[in-house]
Design a protein around this ligand. Sequence first.
Ligand code: 1OR
Ligand code: 1OR
Length: 256
Amino acid sequence: SLPLQEQFSEVLDAMFEHRVQPTDHVIDQGDDGDNFYVIERGLFDIVVMGTTVGQYNNKGSFGELALMYNTPRAATIVATNEGALWGLDRATFRRLILKNNAKKRKMYETFIESVPLLKSLEANERMKIVDVLGSKQFPDGERIITQGEKADCFYIVESGEVKIMMKSKTKADHADNVEVELTRCSRGHYFGELALVTNKPRAASVYAEGPVKLVVIDIQAFERLLGSCKEIMKRNISHYEEQLVALFGSSMDLRD
Ligand code: 1OR
Ligand code: 1OR
């Protein structure tokens, strides 16, 4: 197969710019898949059966499902403002991306099988997670998540360790409001689910403790593929609340 660099420039060469205006449908649910799209800028609604179920905000990509699995388009994508996309045609997507997916399956299959949270999923559901996951590395000390920010993804630790730190929100104006270490996560553990499940800003900050390698799953894939794991997450979230009371004397910080 081609060296990565060459494959990458082949993808770039094949991409074409696609500009959109408000209300333009980039994709219609039920259609055959023609292109895959990467967002350069713009807001796009994700509509399933006439209901808006999510949104892309100036980043991300969509339209991979129909091309990867030879299925009809699973959602309608509507531009809500003026924007720009990079398109990649079906043939090039399949030739270059699917080859990469086969490698990814080999690389991540065993790891994903070992993640306790994902144990209840069917094998083919776990493979679909592998198909869409990203991988990200952070050097020692780097901040991965910032408390109070808007959330758009979920993480699983592949190697190394992360430190979860929290400032009390109810004590926000106090001078003694320093970050307190809550816990650490290592291989196979997840974090960043809380903001996605509760639809709130990040409840804590997360830092690399030594170099770490993480699996990243965007919010759309999280909604699509991890719905059945949410009960487990919610059960664990109720433990957060108990600990919060012990730590800050109130569970206000997670609820409000
Ligand atoms: P496609 O080729 O099927 C529509 O064309 C695209 O919308 C799809 O690929 C995904 O890239 C993107 N369910 C289905 N497709 C989704 C979803 C989604 N989110 C983004 N796409 N969700 C589940 C809805 C019940 C997640 C909604 C947040
Ligand atoms: P997030 O999306 O809010 C920060 O981003 C992440 O830190 C959060 O999801 C959780 O995955 C993770 N309270 C709140 N968040 C926690 C906690 C926690 N532990 C890990 N996270 N508590 C610690 C319980 C041992 C309770 C507060 C004292």
